[in-house]
Design a protein around this ligand. Structure first.
Ligand code: SF4
Length: 519
């Protein structure tokens, strides 16, 4: 087996030719690096990745670029596309944004074929991202060329990796996704689909994957369906797999349905077939997709994200309403919940804070001093709507609290007479191990302080979080079923639905360190 290993250049072209059922790399062309990129330290949880796949369209790569554009909010550190043409696999991967590196005519022309997959990723690293971790990963297997892109995080990746290394596998990245490739490569089954099923049955954790072979586009979602994956179709007939429906909208594809938890679909020249490789389990999709990760114009597991966020705001107003003159969102993610809050409370809604959309996350070294200035760089008070007002400030969540402090300072400096913070989720007091970048638990504000202590720390007149049952009501569940919760809500409750094998065996503190350059 060989992997595409282009070194540490920010944009690399790998071109493979298929000979029989073997693919081999023919060119490797580095592009000029973009210097000085570092994470700008904003205080949010970050979705790790977004995936996209298309089968049966002559302009597959161009559609994939558009799809990745729509999924850019799920990861801004790196992106990549693998396309398959008759007997040829080509790949373009980069550090940075899709629009900066992958959307030129030259790049798209280097990705011929009627099928391709793509990936955007976020890295937890404050330092450099390893280029060899950038997905899709590609391998030349005994069964032919195989590419895979993964959203989620495997919780037994280190245990499996140890096993595989013992039996001769040589890992070439630090991405947990590479475990899929080695499991498939070493499976005892002869055909690729059986090997794929064998592999996904051995991994634990959260995964929504798209994979490309010479004959098929494969999609699969873990047994609990923690991370999302949807199916769409273009009028011309091409099938699409994507993390969110907004990636279907951008290319004019029709949303057909969500891939079900535990479902695997195989799309080839004969159409689409569905398999169920896992025993039936009660689904536990990530409830945070509704609160923050997904785009508000997406449909997640059958529900409009925007409508759910408004319902969350309305629940918040019912649970913890306060006398006030104006409801102001912390933009952009707090906006739909603030609208819902304002409508339910009958209080005027105003955009009292303006966000600069052109700062991006890639800016300058995140020293404490620059972090401090950074909040003003990103947000500014709209004084006319704050001066002398009793303000309800609505945000989607509080992670470390650093941004909240600065925003509250800014609103007070603009002349607000009272500042009441309402948070559109329960306190985030546990880390996520299923594909979301969360600070370690000791750095989560809610894990360190009571609500009363947080009120003082953030500097507000009052602070309230949505209750867990309020959240379940807003997503249409009535209430949380304590002995069989309908969602993964572990970052609020600490009840992890999938075993944290590597973590429990003491291998690592945070499994996402697999995705980080550790020096
Ligand atoms: S722990 Fe939280 S962020 Fe992670 S999958 Fe579960 S609900 Fe989503």
């Amino acid at each position: 087996m060989s992997l595409c290993l282009p070194g540490d250049d920010p944009l690399i072209t790998c071109l493979y030719r298929q000979r029989g059922n073997q693919a081999f790399m023919t060119t490797n062309q580095p592009f000029a690096p973009k210097p000085g990129i570092a994470e700008f330290g904003d205080d949010k949880l970050h979705e790790e990745c977004g995936v996209f796949g298309i089968f049966g369209h002559g302009e597959a790569a161009a559609h994939t670029v558009l799809g990745l554009h729509a999924l850019q909010h799920r990861g801004q550190e790196a992106a990549g596309i693998v396309a398959y043409d008759d007997h040829r696999v080509s790949s373009q991967r980069c550090l940075g944004l899709v629009g900066d590196h992958l959307s030129s005519e030259k790049v798209i022309a280097a990705l011929p074929g009627d099928r391709s997959i793509g990936h955007v990723r976020y890295s937890t690293s404050g330092g450099k991202t390893l280029m060899r971790n950038v997905q899709p990963l590609f391998a030349d297997l005994a069964t032919g060329g195989f590419a895979i892109a993964h959203n989620g995080n495997l919780t037994n990746a280190l245990a499996l990796r140890r096993e595989l290394v013992t039996t001769g596998s040589i890992f070439q990245s630090t991405a947990d996704t590479e475990v899929f490739i080695h499991l498939i490569a070493t499976s005892r089954f002869s055909n690729l689909l059986d090997r794929f099923i064998d592999a996904i049955r051995r991994v634990e954790g959260a995964f929504s994957v798209v994979a490309l072979t010479a004959d098929a586009l494969i999609g699969a979602r873990d047994a609990l369906g923690v991370r999302p994956l949807v199916l769409g179709r273009l009028e011309e007939g091409a099938f699409i797999l994507a993390s969110e429906t907004c990636a279907l909208d951008i290319i004019g594809a029709r949303f057909i349905r969500s891939i079900e938890p535990g479902e695997m679909v195989v799309i080839d020249d004969n159409g689409i077939s569905s398999l169920k490789p896992f025993p039936e389990q009660r689904p536990r999709p990530c409830i945070f997709e509704h609160i923050y990760f997904s785009r508000p114009d997406s449909i997640v597991d059958g529900s409009s994200v925007y409508e759910i966020r408004k319902a969350i705001g309305a629940e918040l107003a019912r649970e913890s309403g306060v006398e006030a003159d104006v409801v102001v969102p912390v933009p952009d993610s707090g906006t739909p919940a603030a609208i819902g809050y304002a409508q339910a409370a009958g209080i005027p809604f105003e955009l009292g804070i303006t966000r600069n959309h052109y700062v991006g996350r890639t800016f300058i070294e995140p020293s404490d001093q620059i972090r401090h200035l950074g909040v003003k760089l990103k947000h500014n008070a709209n004084r006319g709507h704050l001066k002398g007002k009793r303000v309800v400030l609505v945000d989607d969540s509080i992670v470390r609290g650093t941004t909240s402090i600065k925003i509250v300072e800014m609103v007070r400096a603009a002349g607000a007479s009272e500042v009441h913070m309402r948070v559109a989720s329960p306190p985030t007091d546990h880390s996520c191990y299923y594909g979301v970048d969360t600070p370690e638990r000791s750095r989560l504000l809610a894990a360190r302080m009571s609500v009363t202590e947080m009120t003082e720390y953030i500097g507000v007149d009052s602070l309230a979080f949505l209750s867990i049952n309020g959240l379940y009501r807003a997503v249409g569940e009535g209430q949380r079923v304590a002995n069989a919760p309908q969602y993964c809500d572990a970052c609020f409750t600490g009840e992890y639905p999938i075993p944290l094998r590597d973590f429990e065996e003491g291998d690592i503190d945070r499994q996402l360190s697999l995705l980080v350059e550790n020096g």
